[in-house]
Design a protein around this ligand. Structure first.
Ligand code: ATP
Ligand code: PAU
Length: 328
């Protein structure tokens, strides 16, 4: 089982995959103060509810845009699941180019989203997240990230309005009967929701004109996801698809690419047995020699034995890989 984790500002999404099929998806609030042990108990309860335990998880992949929680979940993977989680960042071999000024500053959720959108719908596409922020993530026909826009999300806008004006209050996020509001609630709903519709349509129009190599703007797919996508899509005719699973699907695809059965690491570590001496982290590796891999694993094993002797016990799994790559 693969656990994909999308750690976002409002919610953390857990996707439990059996091979390529998402079996379960859970959403829990993002609480920055929670500890590894607390999140482990939350995850353990969710898994138990569907008949699994923490050690049934074979691998974990994480996208996090909440830096203080990244080590919390890495720690959870190590201590509760005996795994080294794969944490997505721009330096990994993602198979796409980030055509922006500073690739390191792009949120990993945006990268995962465009990877999934391009895989499912093709490009060029504008992917709109109606979440804490309303983001526009643009992917080219080739699958590269071209940039986009980040606007305050609907809830943030609504909260700012009600907390800054004494006579205003919180309203339901439902579209009013008309843009011409006849009472304070409708005035606010019109301003917040139809105002956001205008923002989205305006940015779609502007961005569409700037995407290179587009002959007809109708080629550009417009895809929405995020907490408010279901409410917003029906009132924004430009939106063609709503898919709430994009960030988790992107994580699954990247996991497949980097650690799946056909990846370098997957082939190498398929049928593997690792053991180590506790904290010193896996100094010894033994490959079970399946008939398919017998010859290559024997060779790799010989080379690894030399490397282990040379490098001593200070290996981590990631460093093992680079050493193995060097050895091959
Ligand atoms: N029915 C609703 N009414 C008001 N706000 C809602 C509703 N449903 C979702 N939201 C808002 O949507 C956002 C949650 O969406 P989502 O689950 O996509 O958040 P998130 O993924 O944590 O955000 P982000 O990815 O930006 O960090 C919150 O800001 C929440 O307040
Ligand atoms: C924009 C958000 C908040 C959307 O979740 C996240 O992707 C993020 O923190 N990004 C960093 C800035 C950037 O993507 O350019």
């Amino acid at each position: 089982m693969l656990l994909a984790l999308d750690i976002s500002n409002t919610n953390i999404k857990f996707g439990l995959y059996d091979h390529d099929v998402m079996k379960h998806r859970w959403v829990v609030s993002t609480v920055r103060q929670r500890t590894t042990d607390e999140y482990a108990m939350v995850l353990s309860d969710l898994l138990r509810h569907v008949g699994y335990i923490l050690t049934d998880i074979d691998d974990i992949i994480i996208s996090s845009v909440v830096p203080p929680l990244t080590p919390v979940f890495e720690d959870l993977a190590t201590r509760y699941c005996n795994l080294e989680a794969l944490v997505v960042n721009h330096t990994l071999d993602l198979g796409i180019k980030l055509l922006v000024d500073n690739p390191w500053e792009v949120g990993s959720d945006r990268i995962m989203t465009i990877i999934a959108a391009h895989h499912l719908y093709g490009g060029p596409a504008i992917v709109i997240a109606f979440s804490t922020a309303t983001t526009f993530d643009v992917v080219s026909a080739e699958g590269d990230f071209l940039g986009g826009a980040i606007a305050p999300g609907l809830s943030i806008s609504a909260e700012a309005l009600s907390s800054s004006a004494s006579q205003l209050y919180r309203v339901n996020m439902t579209p009013p009967r008309s843009a011409l509001g006849k009472n304070t609630i409708e005035n606010m709903q019109s301003g917040i929701i139809y105002g956001h519709v205008g923002l989205v349509q305006g940015l779609i129009a502007r961005i569409s004109k700037e995407i290179p190599d587009v002959i007809h703007e109708s080629e550009i797919k417009i895809i929405a996801h995020g907490g408010m996508a279901q409410q917003m899509a029906p009132i924004i005719p430009e939106i063609q698809y709503v898919n709430q699973y994009l960030p988790l699907e992107g994580l699954r695809l990247i996991h497949n690419r980097l650690r799946g059965p056909d990846s370098f690491e997957g082939k190498l570590f398929h049928n593997r047995v690792w053991w180590g001496d506790g904290n010193r982290h896996l100094p010894t590796i033994l490959y079970k020699t399946s008939s398919k891999h017998r010859r290559s694993t024997k060779k790799i094993r010989q080379q690894l034995c030399c490397l282990i002797k040379k490098s001593g016990p200070s290996w981590t799994r990631t460093r093992d890989l680079s050493l193995i790559r060097t050895a091959l």
